[in-house]
Design a protein around this ligand. Sequence first.
Ligand SMILES: [Cu+2]
Length: 155
Amino acid sequence: MFMPMLTRMLCNAALALMVGAMPFCATAAEFEIQMLNAAPGNAQHTNVFAPAILRISSGDMVTFVPTDTGHNTASKRGMIPEGAEPWNSPMDTRYSVTLTVPGVYGYLCLPHYEMGMVGLIIVDDAAPNLESAKKIRHPGAARAAFRDLFDQLAN
Ligand SMILES: [Cu+2]
């Protein structure tokens, strides 16, 4: 087991026991994913999450930012680890999730799912549910979009 993950687990255990954070606990980090009408530097690629692939550590917080209007974020059924909380945000709303279960999280924008507005978040390591997440089927452009993201994970 990697040391950072072990440390994080010990920290989570300490917090759960309400004994306070141990001195070596790293502060959970915060990340942002923009919800955009077009990819930065590529106007042809419309309706995107940026970054579309985000790697974080368990316990970190991710905020989806409604930089452009007309978007939301929803986890995809079958594409989050066992025991993880699904989410489905209101439209045009700044929305935060704190992800604690290691694995890969597939998510999408409901209005633009079939147009391929999807993303992946990897918490610690994609391995726990990578193969099952890759098996989920998608309509329209979402199929190629998820396949592309999974290909990028492999490289
Ligand atoms: Cu959208």
